[in-house]
Each structure stands twice: as structure tokens, then as C-alpha cells.
Design a protein around this ligand. Structure first.
Ligand SMILES: Nc1ncnc2c1ncn2[C@@H]1O[C@H](COP(=O)(O)OP(=O)(O)O)[C@@H](O)[C@H]1O
Ligand SMILES: [Mg+2]
Length: 234
């Protein structure tokens, strides 16, 4: 089964925005050309401006839809088992993992309490972090390409997922810019994955942290608060 990751979704958004922007540019240039030729056909210029207004509002709608998708409090809340979500995400990535020769090690806390959240959005976070981890291991020898995934609860009452790769890790400059929209070091990257992940995690009142792992790769940690009564019990 093909999975649409945030990278692809944001690729779609970039495409949807690209069209109205291109139309606005073409129209503005057409108007400039008319003026350059001292052609003051007000009707033609009026039509051009009208089209610019329409394309601009189309671009605005794309942004509005994206913001609504990610806005705090607008997600479907239900009890979500992070362990189950991890396992179903790994099933989605089964062939991707095989093609990239990546082995998976999991250490999931057996009685991890469920958290309250939107499973579709949280799965996007896991997918994107796992894709980043796999992409980071492209130059790691196949025998060392391990993706480690652990879950645990913390004393502060959070459920925590950590995803660790055996890639090259990150430079201080990269570490400082990870969450900048459009920051990417990949030839075909969009650089929106982590900024969208962080928005989703924050809308769940959680945190997303990436740091260099002691073994050389990167560990991404997602922590989401447990519902109060479950935090007390765990
Ligand atoms: N596991 C990782 N190992 C090394 N670098 C990473 C890792 N995850 C993210 N990065 C760095 O963060 C950048 C931004 O990631 P992201 O927002 O997902 O965008 P993209 O994957 O499109 O580049 C990546 O281009 C890469 O430089
Ligand atoms: Mg990415």
C-alpha cells in the first residue's frame, strides 16, 4: 500500500500554490508588456487585474485549508494507543523498509496508557520521523541500518516515543534550523516535514525534540501528555 507522507502532502500544497502564483506572475507581466508598448487598453488591464485578484484568493484558500487542518483544537480527539499506531505505521512502511534494507528494533512499553489525540495526524508525525530516519541511513552500510523505536512513560506524565537511526547525525547548524519551514539538506527535500510535525505535536500539547544520539545517529522524541487519570495509574 502506498502511503502519503507529510512530505508528499506538502508537495501537493506547494503544487497547488505554485499554480496561482504562476498565473499571478504571468498576468502581471502581461500588464507590464501592455504598458511598455504604451497600450492603455483599460478594459484589458482591468481583466488582467481581475484575474490576479482571483488567483490570489485561490492561493489564500489553499493556505486557509492548510491552517484549518493543523489548527489547535480542530483535530478529531479519541484515545490512541501509540504502540498500535507505531505497529500500523511500520506495516505501512514495510516495503519501504525492505527496499532500503533497514532493520527495525522495537522496545514498546507493554502497558503504555493510551493518549488523547488525532490518530491520522499522529501517524503523519511517525511516518515523517521514520522516513527522515530511513533517508538519513542511505549512506550507512546496510548491515548497520537499524531503526530503533521505543515507547515509555515519563515521571512528568507523558507518553514518549523515541525513534533512533544509525545515520550521520546532525551538525550544530542543522540542529538549529531543523524546524525552519523549507530548511532541507536533501536534493529533493521540501523541508516542511519537521515544521508540520512540530505543529501537530504542539496541538496535542506535546513536544518534539531531535538530538544527536550517542551511537552517532539522531534520536527524535515525541512526548504527549497522558490523560490525567491514566498518568496517575501508570
Ligand atoms: N534523522 C535525521 N538525521 C539527520 N538529519 C535529519 C534527520 N531528520 C531530519 N534531518 C535534517 O532536517 C532537515 C529537515 O527535515 P524535514 O523537515 O523532514 O524536511 P526534508 O525531509 O524534506 O528535508 C533534513 O533535510 C535533514 O537535514
Ligand atoms: Mg522529511
Amino acid at each position: 500500500m502506498r502511503v502519503a507522507t507529510i512530505g508528499e502532502l506538502s508537495g501537493g500544497i506547494a503544487h497547488e500554490l505554485g499554480q496561482p502564483l504562476a498565473a499571478i506572475l504571468a498576468n502581471a507581466q502581461a500588464a507590464q508588456a501592455l504598458l511598455a508598448h504604451k497600450n492603455h487598453d483599460m478594459e484589458a488591464i482591468g481583466e488582467i487585474l481581475e484575474e490576479i485578484v482571483q488567483e490570489d484568493s485561490r492561493a489564500g484558500q489553499v493556505i486557509h485549508r492548510l491552517r484549518r487542518l493543523l489548527r489547535k483544537g480542530e483535530h478529531q480527539s479519541a484515545l490512541v494507543s501509540l504502540n498500535d499506531l507505531i505497529m500500523s505505521t511500520l506495516r505501512l512502511l514495510h516495503s519501504e523498509l525492505g527496499n532500503r534494507k533497514v532493520r527495525v528494533e522495537t522496545e514498546l512499553k507493554i502497558d503504555l496508557p493510551p493518549i488523547s489525540g488525532d490518530s491520522v495526524q499522529l501517524q503523519q508525525v511517525l511516518l515523517n520521523l521514520m522516513m527522515n530516519a530511513m533517508e538519513a541511513m542511505a549512506s550507512t552500510p546496510p548491515s548497520r541500518r537499524t531503526l530503533s523505536i521505543c515507547t515509555r512513560t515519563t515521571e512528568e506524565g507523558y507518553a514518549e516515543v523515541s525513534i533512533t537511526d544509525c545515520g550521520p547525525g546532525m551538525s550544530p547548524d542543522e540542529l538549529g534550523r531543523l524546524f525552519e519551514p523549507f530548511f532541507t539538506t536533501k536534493e529533493r527535500g521540501l523541508g516542511l516535514g519537521l515544521s508540520i510535525c512540530s505543529t501537530i505535536v504542539r496541538s496535542h500539547r506535546g513536544r518534539l525534540n531531535l538530538s544527536n544520539a550517542s551511537g552517532g545517529g539522531v534520536t527524535a522524541i515525541v512526548s504527549v501528555p497522558l490523560p490525567l487519570h491514566l498518568a496517575a495509574a501508570s
